[in-house]
Design a binder for this molecule. Structure first.
Ligand SMILES: [Zn+2]
Ligand SMILES: [Zn+2]
Length: 137
């Protein structure tokens, strides 16, 4: 499938709203411990250029949490929705956007399940896309 642009999305309370205005890169599901704890199970996202992500409302409600030495996670201060992940380097040009926050239909297909070696023990990693124990090389 091919997403129709712009692809809109918002947090649970609707204060943080955004649009993806350029062709998205790969979509994937991450089963790492950080994503597991942050999302509740595993976190599915689509990788896009930061310049293609346009906030249309709620800029004051969007906070970034430094979840590791190299990455940070964007969430809504009002409702807690897990929205974005990006490398914290100032020159980082990509951002991962939560697929669950997107309006339907997304037109996206998952291309990979990553860090399946850290997956939770209450679900099976879905079939239909390749599994990678860690980050694909
Ligand atoms: Zn919210
Ligand atoms: Zn992860």
């Amino acid at each position: 499938m091919t997403p129709a642009l712009p692809l809109g999305g918002h947090c649970l309370c609707g204060d943080v709203r955004f649009e993806i205005r350029g062709a998205p890169g790969p979509a994937g599901a991450c089963h790492c411990e950080s994503c597991r704890r942050w999302s509740g199970t595993y976190w599915s996202s689509v990788n896009i250029a930061q310049s293609d992500l346009v906030l249309t409302s709620g800029e004051a409600s969007l906070a970034w949490y430094p979840s590791s030495e190299h990455a940070e996670r964007g969430f809504c201060l009002l409702c807690g929705s897990s929205l974005f992940w990006r490398l914290s380097a100032a020159d980082s040009e990509r951002v991962a956007v939560a697929i669950g926050a997107l309006d339907l239909p997304t037109g996206l297909d998952l291309s990979a399940h990553i860090f399946t070696g850290e997956a939770g023990d209450t679900y099976e990693v879905p079939q239909g896309a390749p599994h990678h124990e860690g980050f694909p090389q």
